[in-house]
Design a protein around this ligand. Structure first.
Ligand code: T4K
Length: 395
């Protein structure tokens, strides 16, 4: 039951009842068809095949390969391990150009492989790597570009591919947010040498924890399959370095069940996005991130920017008000990877070259969506934002 706010004094911060009795999180998981999941779990137990490329994991991989339009999809225990192994298998060296405005795993995977991340600024309209700024960062040590389809919004793949081709660089994509997205009719997953997807619980398609690499490169696929299973090429034969990166059967069963509801989840996300757009459209200083028309999106993140000079209230103040109401809005990806360790110490001046990143880190706010959210929640959240902005500076 939501509590619709009308005045400043209704706000929880000023002693009013909270808008929501329970915490409304960004990333509250979508569950899908429980009966199908239960059936799959029974089958797993009956088979006594619980992990190591079991039938559910193999089916999950073939579903992902079909979605991405690639010859290979390799499933992992999570997307961070998938990223780490993708980077190692691609045999990168030296420097890799990467955005700082992303989840820190994108950058950690480079550091873990002994590579130097070179932070590049993002485009204010797409929040993705700005291709115009990439070329200036290329040095004789650069081996790759790691781009991110942030918010599931596919980045400028054509321009990045051109830059990579001209400079003989490997192009990789972190598509953690972009399951089911397309750009100009081509599915995300099929660009560059390889792409990774995340199926963490907070993603709109989840396998509790999980990740997948998609690629059309046969050698890379072979290498990744070896690496995720300790390098084993037979019972007693280890042919490469490896780790335990396997997806277990229960995770794959959840992933398959979740994928079966993908169209429904996207429809709910899109409905929520449109509702937020209607509700927020006249609030000064509050802008909803917009998707390009050439792109098909999954709308899994509702992303706002708060222009404090117009709204009269800072992003952080707005979050404080929302959290007091049990709306756990997030400031992804504050403060930017370049301000997180170990990168903050390694590259203390990186922020000087990242003005758009710095601005986004100070102004972006992410609101809850997904199947846990509907019109009444969105109306109540928008009412809180409207009241806060209408009353300008609150402290
Ligand atoms: N690349 C990019 C661009 C990414 O965004 C991510 C992950 C990765 C790579 C790496 O993928 P994975 O290795 O995770 O597969 C969350 C997620 O943990 C993370 O997966 C995601 N990106 C990131 C954007 O968001 P946090 O730090 O916000 O919080 P977390 O995981 O605690 O979840 C947020 C809230 O969701 C919780 O406060 C409560 C709610 N929640 C969470 C879980 C796990 C639930 O209601 N139920 C749940 O089961 O990172």
């Amino acid at each position: 039951m939501t509590n619709m706010k009308k005045n400043l004094t209704d706000l929880a911060l000023y002693g009013g009842a909270q808008a929501f009795p329970e915490k409304l999180h960004v990333g509250r998981p979508n569950i899908g068809d429980r009966q199908r999941l239960h059936r799959r779990l029974d089958e797993i137990l009956d088979r006594r095949w619980l992990t190591n490329e079991g039938p559910c994991a193999l089916e999950f991989e073939s579903r992902l390969a079909a979605i991405a339009g690639t010859r290979h999809a390799i499933a992992f225990c999570n997307a961070t391990v998938a990223l780490e192994l993708m980077v190692r298998a691609a045999k990168l060296t030296g420097e890799v150009i990467v955005p700082s405005f992303t989840f820190v795993a994108t950058v950690h995977c480079l550091h873990a492989a002994g590579l130097t991340p070179v932070f590049c600024d993002v485009d204010p309209a797409t929040h993705c790597l700005d291709p115009e700024k990439v070329e200036a960062l290329i040095t004789p040590h650069t081996s790759a570009i790691m781009a991110v389809h942030l918010w599931g919004n596919p980045c400028s793949v054509e321009k990045l591919a051109g830059i990579a081709r001209r400079n003989h660089l490997t192009l990789l994509f972190d598509a953690a947010h972009a399951t089911g997205c397309f750009i100009q009719g081509q599915p995300v997953g099929s660009f560059g040498l390889a792409e990774i997807f995340s199926f963490h619980a907070t993603k709109f398609i989840n396998s509790f924890e999980g990740g997948v690499v998609t690629t059309n490169d046969d050698d890379l696929a072979v290498q990744l399959r070896l690496m995720k299973n300790f390098g084993f090429a037979g019972f007693d034969k280890v042919v490469s370095w490896g780790t335990n990166g396997k997806m277990n059967e229960i995770a794959a069963a959840m992933g398959l069940t979740s994928l079966e509801s993908m169209d429904e989840f996207i429809a709910v996300n899109q409905r929520n996005y449109e509702l937020y757009r209607l509700e927020l459209k006249d609030i000064p200083g509050i802008s909803l991130f917009t998707y390009r028309e050439t792109v098909r999106n999954n709308y899994q993140y509702v992303v706002l920017t708060v222009d404090e000079s117009v709204a009269g209230v800072s992003r952080d103040c707005l979050i404080e008000v929302l959290v007091a109401e049990n709306v756990i809005a997030r400031r992804y990806f504050y403060p930017g990877c370049h301000r997180m360790e170990p990168y903050r110490t390694l590259f203390p001046d990186a922020g000087k070259e990242l003005p758009v990143t710095e601005k986004l880190c100070a102004s972006v706010l992410v609101l809850p969506t997904g199947t846990a959210v509907g019109p009444s929640e969105i109306g109540a959240i928008a009412a809180i934002i409207r009241i806060v902005v209408a009353n300008g500076k609150m402290r």
